[in-house]
Structure formats: structure tokens, C-alpha cells
Design a protein around this ligand. Structure first.
Ligand SMILES: Nc1nc2c(c(=O)[nH]1)N[C@H]1C(S)=C(S)[C@@H](COP(=O)(O)OP(=O)(O)OC[C@H]3O[C@@H](n4cnc5c(N)ncnc54)[C@H](O)[C@@H]3O)O[C@H]1N2
Ligand code: MOO
Length: 409
């Protein structure tokens, strides 16, 4: 049997910067076409229209409390006893009018009767049903919610590009909408490659490890607003990978692969995608995550991210490159991962010529401590971290007490 040969390191092109690679990606991906969805399905999507209210909100003047609708003038001298002429409950569609010297029992949300200018909370009265004695005077307008004081008719309540969360769904329903035009959540298929990978929950055979990247990546996809699908494990065979990719393309807006992109003899992703000419494999000047592939595949030109297999590398690559792409597809502002600043609580080292994303733990007073294990395979250390510490390409050593950029996780 002839073993496949490794590509020759001598012919490698220079590394691209993180910013150049992200630039290529953001120039390639497009916002997904808008789609009308029922409200029940719209959580987490991004609005693709401006939403206005067809009516004022509240639509009519109404009571903010359970109590009695009165004219404030009639209860200026207390105690005041007034006849209770009727009851108005929320949802009462009758036209009520209040004459001088009278009171109407009224509930929260009920329409304010014509002629009334204040509501006395029941707690300030004897609670009478035929006659009521009121112990405290009220100001005009007390406990009244005026029509339009939340939203005027025709007013914009949500602008295009707004991410729909629970409160946004509430106002959509509140202005009477059943359906809404949104950019959908991108459907992202994750394919893990590697002959050594076994499903978690199974017994490990010699040479095997449990597959973890797809779980991390799918969770990260969900947090970034997408729908993640795990396509399972493909071995180190390029034909098997190509077949799986083909089968998955029908349901994917984006494909992420992990593994099979470095310099080994068995690199199925590189082998299958390289010849297509639409996916570039490059070395990006970063640590971890140096080997990266990106391009488009299939008739629909589906963006594909071929991420390195090391667990920390694939996660960091997701945060730097895939997340901004998913944001752009959702019509959200997309650019480099957002950073904050922190002060190092220990000295740091970083390779020359590469931007490092060290795993760190945030502490009190804006301090960040690098976690003890910084290997690309050290997944437990990643799980301990809550920030990536960014060390620029030209910096190799940082003393304790240096202000650094961090990417909160
Ligand atoms: N001669 C060279 N070797 C390597 C280079 C290089 O430049 N020259 N780069 C190294 C770097 S950096 C990285 S990162 C890795 C990337 O490798 P691949 O993307 O080809 O990934 P694999 O070789 O398949 O796997 C790497 C590592 O990660 C483990 N792995 C893979 N997939 C999973 C998964 N789904 N769940 C958990 N763990 C996974 C795999 O077992 C390997 O240990 O290449 C270096 N080598
Ligand atoms: O660049 Mo690889 O991503 O460290 O281990």
C-alpha cells in the first residue's frame, strides 16, 4: 500500500492577517432574504420592516386602578359620599357618562366614562357599591391612562434591523400583528471530520476521543442567532465527506466543518474542497486557529467555513469569523468581535507575528488572569475561561499590569 504524501511546507504562501480573512468573509456573505413569519416563530429573528401602530395605545382613556371614577371637584372636601350609579369592568363596550356628584365603580383597564376626570383607588374609600365614602381628595387625572400615551397612531414602534426578543414580540402583538417580515435565523450545518472521533456516550476504542467540536459549535451558532444542525461524524475519507456535504447542502445557509485542514496526510476537507476552486485554504496569523478554509459550495453558493479541528481553535475561529458572518446574514451590524479592556494579573507570552487569543478569567477591578493551560487541545481550560485576551502580532511578552483588549465569552 502506498501512503499519501504530505504537501511540502516549502511552498507555503505567507500568512494572511485576521482582519484580511474576516474582510474576505464579510464581502462574500449576504443577508438572508426576508420572510414573513407567524409571531410564534419570530423569536430571535431580525426585523426586516419598520413596524408602526395602526391605532393609539392605549386605544382609549382608561383606569390604571380598581376604584371609582369621579370628578375631582366633587371630592375636594373629604370625607365625601357619592351615589355609585354603575359598574365599568375592563372590556365594557358601553358608553358610560358620569353626571356631577356621582361615582362609577371602575376596574383597571376599563374605559373611562365621559365626564369623569379622576379615579379614586378603592383603598381610599369604604368600598361601597350603592354609595361610596371617599376619604382622600384626588388630583384631576389621577390613575388615568390617556389614549396614545404609550404609542401614537402611526408611530414607529420597531425599526428594521431590530433583533426580536420577548419584549419586541410583545409590542408586535400589542400593535395587532400576527405576522411579521424578518430575516430568518441562518440554518447552519456542522460536520465533524476525523477517524478518531467517537460519539459521546459510547465506549472509546483505542486511539479514539469523544467528538466535542460540533456540540460547542452548534451551541455557539444558537447563541449567535442561528439554528444549528449536527450532521454527525465523517471519517478521514474525502469521498465520504463530499457525499455528506452534498446531502446537507439542501438544508444549509452555512456549513461549518471541523478538522482536516492542516498539513497531514489525511485531510478530507482540504482534499474534497480544494479542487472545487471556490474554497481557499490559508494560514491566518493567529494563535490558535492558524489553518482556515473559507469559500462557497454548491449551486446556491452556500458559504462554508473549514475550521481547524483542535477544539479551542475551532471555537476561537467561530467567534472571530463565523459569528460576524451570521450577524451579517441576519441583517445585524457585523464586524470584528467586540472587545473590552482589562488589566493583566500575570505576565503573558505570545508568538511573534501572530495575534494571540489567550484564554483568561476575569476577576475583580477589571483584572484578567490567563488560565493555566493554553494548548489548542485543552478544552477544559477553555471551559474555565470567560474571556479571550487579545495580544497583537508584534507583542511577544506582556508584563503583569498591562491594559489589554479582551473578547468576553
Ligand atoms: N505539520 C503541521 N501540523 C499541524 C499544523 C501545521 O501547521 N503543520 N497545524 C496545527 C494546527 S495549528 C492545528 S489547529 C491543527 C489543525 O488540524 P486539522 O484542522 O487538520 O484537524 P485534525 O487534524 O483533524 O484535528 C486536530 C486535533 O483536533 C482533534 N479534533 C478534531 N476534530 C475534533 C472534534 N470534532 N472533537 C474533538 N476533537 C477534535 C483531533 O483529534 C486532533 O487532535 O493541526 C496542527 N498540525
Ligand atoms: O492554530 Mo492551531 O489552531 O493552534 O492549534
Amino acid at each position: 500500500m502506498t501512503l499519501p504524501t504530505s504537501p511540502q511546507a516549502a511552498h507555503m504562501s505567507p500568512m494572511r492577517s485576521v482582519d484580511e480573512h474576516l474582510g474576505d468573509i464579510l464581502r462574500t456573505v449576504r443577508a438572508l432574504a426576508p420572510l414573513e413569519l407567524e409571531l410564534e416563530r419570530a423569536l430571535g429573528t431580525t426585523l426586516a420592516e419598520e413596524v408602526t401602530s395602526p391605532v393609539p395605545l392605549p386605544p382609549f382613556d382608561n383606569s390604571a386602578m380598581d376604584g371609582y371614577a369621579v370628578r375631582a371637584e366633587d371630592v375636594a372636601d373629604v370625607p365625601a359620599t357619592l351615589p355609585v350609579v354603575d359598574d365599568v369592568a375592563a372590556g365594557d363596550g358601553r358608553l358610560h357618562a358620569l353626571g356631577p356628584g356621582m361615582a362609577l365603580r371602575i376596574m383597571t383597564g376599563a374605559p373611562l366614562p365621559a365626564g369623569a376626570n379622576a379615579v379614586v383607588p378603592v383603598e381610599w374609600t369604604d368600598g361601597g357599591t350603592a354609595r361610596v365614602t371617599i376619604d382622600r381628595p384626588v388630583q384631576k387625572g389621577n390613575a388615568i391612562r390617556l389614549a396614545g400615551e404609550d404609542v401614537r397612531a402611526g408611530e414607529v414602534v420597531l425599526t428594521a434591523g431590530t433583533r426580536i426578543g420577548p419584549a419586541q414580540l410583545g409590542i408586535l402583538a400589542g400593535v395587532g400583528r400576527r405576522r411579521v417580515l424578518v430575516r430568518p435565523r441562518p440554518r447552519v450545518v456542522v460536520i465533524s471530520t476525523g477517524a478518531e472521533l467517537a460519539e459521546p456516550g459510547t465506549t472509546l476504542a483505542p486511539g479514539q476521543i469523544w467528538e466535542s467540536n460540533s456540540y460547542t459549535l452548534i451551541a455557539a451558532v444558537r447563541e449567535a442567532g442561528g439554528e444549528g444542525y449536527r450532521a454527525g461524524i465523517v471519517g478521514d475519507d474525502a469521498a465520504g465527506f463530499a457525499e455528506q456535504l452534498d446531502a446537507q447542502l439542501v438544508r444549509a445557509d452555512v456549513v461549518i466543518t471541523s478538522g482536516g485542514v492542516s498539513m497531514g496526510a489525511y485531510e478530507p476537507v482540504k482534499e474534497a474542497l480544494g479542487p472545487l476552486g471556490t474554497v481557499r485554504f490559508e494560514r491566518v496569523a493567529m494563535q490558535p486557529g492558524m489553518p482556515q478554509g473559507f469559500g462557497v459550495v454548491g449551486d446556491d453558493q452556500v458559504p462554508i467555513f473549514a475550521l481547524p479541528g483542535n477544539p479551542v481553535s475551532s471555537f476561537v475561529s467561530f467567534m472571530l469569523f463565523v459569528r460576524p458572518a451570521l450577524r451579517k446574514m441576519q441583517g445585524l451590524p457585523a464586524g470584528p468581535a467586540e472587545t473590552a479592556t482589562a488589566v493583566t494579573a500575570a505576565p503573558l507570552r505570545s508568538p511573534a507575528g501572530k495575534r494571540s487569543y489567550l484564554r483568561g478569567k476575569l476577576g475583580p477591578q477589571g483584572a484578567v488572569t490567563p488560565v493555566r493551560r493554553q494548548g489548542s487541545h485543552q478544552l477544559a481550560a477553555l471551559a474555565e475561561a470567560d474571556a479571550l485576551i487579545v495580544v497583537p502580532e508584534d507583542v511577544t511578552e506582556l508584563p503583569e499590569g498591562t491594559t489589554v483588549e479582551i473578547i468576553p465569552l
